[in-house]
Design a protein around this ligand. Sequence first.
Ligand SMILES: [Zn+2]
Length: 203
Amino acid sequence: MADGTMSTSPPNTSDSQEPATAEQILEVYKRMPRISTSRFGRNKDKSPLYLQAVAALRAVADKERTSDLVFAEVYAPLWEVGFARAYGLTKTTKSACLRKLFGKRCGSAGHRYASKFPDSEGFPCHPPGCDHPSLWYKDGKPYAFVYHPYGLRTDEIIELGKLCERLDLNVEIDAVSWHYPGKTISVTLTHKLSRENDRSANA
Ligand SMILES: [Zn+2]
């Protein structure tokens, strides 16, 4: 490498357990085919650490095709902790059930009231399209039901809208999803009233 004949391929990390040094990664990055990152302009003066991270992630993408897992591994705990801190919430370790947001008991250990078959009053255990759910508490009371599907279909979106209207729920869907960052979306259900109380308290 010292003779200036460095190849443009990523550091050869598969033959040994030694990771490339930061300097090696940076040199590789400089010689990589350029991919425009101008739309990520927030960090225009990219630091050496930033460039090393890009090069390392690119190397993993090229060699092992697991760069999405690397990203997810870093961001899953950061985003989950960030969500908890932003709203002052703690996650229940028990099975997540939407009914508990309304002070109702779960129908059974197996979530008897699925989204398609709610109880006679219309309270389901799980909302439409539910996958990877969790229930979050604030001041000892159920506050938010969050789930992380890989996507939502038309019928699920429509049913979710109807459910929110009927039960006076607020829904927010965004990409900051900590179940599998980069692959899933985050759907957060809260009572409209509790969110409004938050806003007035923060005003
Ligand atoms: Zn339930």
